[in-house]
Design a protein around this ligand. Structure first.
Ligand SMILES: NC(=O)C[C@H](N)C(=O)O
Length: 505
């Protein structure tokens, strides 16, 4: 029998109710995931498909599933679908089919299973789960995708643990797993995930937004947020969603990213962009790139197509050419507004601080998809009248953004030099790892940046469960978030307007 290598499937694993509590694991379990238990997770019960044979999964997984049956107290998800057969097709051993009743004879406690099942179900309430965008096991199975759409998830409000007697039977069944009828597959899915996901949170830059530009700033982030949410609801990944959002904002001349970027000392556009995938910690960045409409897409190509984390200036341009990314004239990226601000800042009586504040408008997004994978994307033209070749915080890992499924994702905006000094995005996730909420962690890191280095900025933050925050220490930050078909948005501190996601802004 070919074994299923659990470590290849980060979403399949053993878990305990409390992070760090391994008591529910079978003694002597050889699971490679044994030490990776960090989050409260969901257990999944897979009912047999009446029409199909089940195949035996790796017996170790069966064992751990049984342990879960015996020890998991409350709050369990069961998937009533033969999704497991997707996994099982990698193995040869036939497990059980309803027609194959001989295998249920004798020692198989059929009634026990049925009773347990009825008992479980009587304490279940259905919860919607989005069809999974991509079959995580698709490398092994190609004809089973239809099952994705048949997943029904039940959340327990209360569960009666099997009696000792039942447990003993289960243990027996571990040894004779050919006769087992019920399989438990355990997914590392935080329990709250089902309700709160997917979610996308977007910013259009922290700073001081002139009154006449506040409406377009807000409507732009709202429109981009909706677009990102559509991607997520359609089963797209969080990475697809954040890249879509940022691409839209780069194309919108109201922001300091892509078209609309601020100009450097020489009156030219040089842009930075960054993406990060929380599942693998893969990153991609470009810095000081010119003549490209969507630096965020180039950053994603760096992540996907190279073994590097960041390409800069001419090297990035060469890479873009090799990838067939079209070059655009710099003029097409420069708006009248950007040129006006640049000139104003060159005037002898210009107040450089005031001018800097007026031009903020870096864009960024974080998202968690239905699979619980987090991602971030950030793109900027940098700061006004910067020196040629200046690289800001945006493309630096942990500064302009960070994404890690173990803690969350952040995209930042604000004074890049200050953000780099405190490694703002990673600092926020550090606070979250210490137990702070997304909101509290964002506030404390921003407060630290202000007090320690005098820097102002803003962030959007999510945790893998879908809790999110849009926080800033600057006067304003255009932001929006979409979750549970509701659009949230705001510009000044304390604002959180809501409307249905379908309502035009
Ligand atoms: N507006 C911004 O967010 C600027 C960006 N953080 C930079 O310093 O490059």
């Amino acid at each position: 029998m070919s074994a299923l290598h659990l470590d290849q499937y980060p979403e399949v694993g053993i878990f305990s109710v409390e992070p760090g509590n391994h008591q529910c694991l079978q003694e002597g379990s050889r699971s490679p995931l044994r030490d990776e238990v960090r989050h409260p997770c969901a257990a999944v019960y897979i009912q047999e498909d009446p029409g199909r044979p089940h195949h035996l999964l790796d017996s170790e997984l069966l064992h751990t599933g049984l342990q879960c049956f015996a020890h998991f107290e409350g709050r369990i998800f069961f998937i009533l679908d033969p999704i497991l057969t997707e996994v099982c097709t990698t193995t040869e051993t036939c497990f059980w089919t309803p027609s194959d009743s001989t295998r249920c004879r004798g020692h198989h406690p059929r009634e026990t299973v049925t009773t347990l099942q009825a008992d479980f179900l009587s304490h279940c309430k259905p919860v919607d789960l989005q069809p999974r965008p991509e079959n995580p096991y698709s490398g092994h199975v190609d004809d089973e995708r239809e099952y994705d759409h048949r997943v029904a998830v039940m959340q327990f409000s209360k569960i009666n643990l099997p009696s000792r007697h039942h447990r003993r039977k289960c243990v027996y069944n571990q040894k004779t797993s050919r006769r087992r009828r019920d399989l438990a597959l355990i997914l590392r899915v935080p329990l709250q995930v089902i309700d709160m996901l997917p979610v996308v949170v977007v910013h259009g830059g922290a700073g001081h937004i002139p009154k006449e530009r506040s409406d377009i700033s807000i409507s732009g982030v709202c429109a981009a947020t909706r677009a990102g949410y559509v991607v997520l609801k359609g089963g797209g990944s969080s990475m697809d969603a954040v890249v879509e959002v940022v691409t839209q904002l780069e194309n919108n001349p109201a922001y300091n990213a892509g078209r609309g970027s601020v100009l450097n000392m020489k009156g030219e556009v040089e842009m930075d962009a960054f993406v990060m995938d929380g599942k693998t910690l893969a990153t991609g960045a470009v810095s000081a790139v010119r003549n490209i409409a969507n630096p965020i897409q180039l950053a994603r190509l760096v992540m996907d197509k190279t073994s590097h984390a960041c390409l800069t200036a001419e090297g990035a341009a060469q890479f873009a050419r090799s990838m067939g990314v079209p070059e655009v004239p710099m003029e097409s990226l420069i708006t009248d507004y950007a040129r006006m601000r640049w000139r104003k800042n060159l005037a002898p009586d210009a107040n450089p601080v005031e001018c800097q504040m007026g031009k903020m408008g870096t864009v960024g997004a974080v998202a968690v998809d239905s699979e619980g994978v987090v991602a971030c994307a950030t793109s900027t033209g940098g700061i006004l009248n910067k020196m040629e070749g200046r690289v800001g915080d945006t493309p630096c890992v942990g500064c302009g953004g960070y994404a890690d499924n173990n803690s969350g994702a952040v995209s930042t905006t604000g004074h890049g030099e200050a953000i780099m000094k405190v490694v703002l995005a990673r600092l926020i996730l550090f606070h979250m790892e210490q137990g702070q909420s997304a909101e509290a962690a964002s506030d404390s890191a921003l407060a630290f940046m202000k007090s320690r280095v005098g820097g102002l900025g803003g962030v959007v933050t999510v945790d893998p469960q879908g809790n999110w925050a849009a926080r800033f220490s600057s006067r304003q930050m255009a932001w929006a978030a979409a979750q549970k078909d509701i659009l949230h948005y705001g510009l000044y501190t304390g604002e959180d307007f809501t409307q249905s996601i379908d309502e035009p802004h």
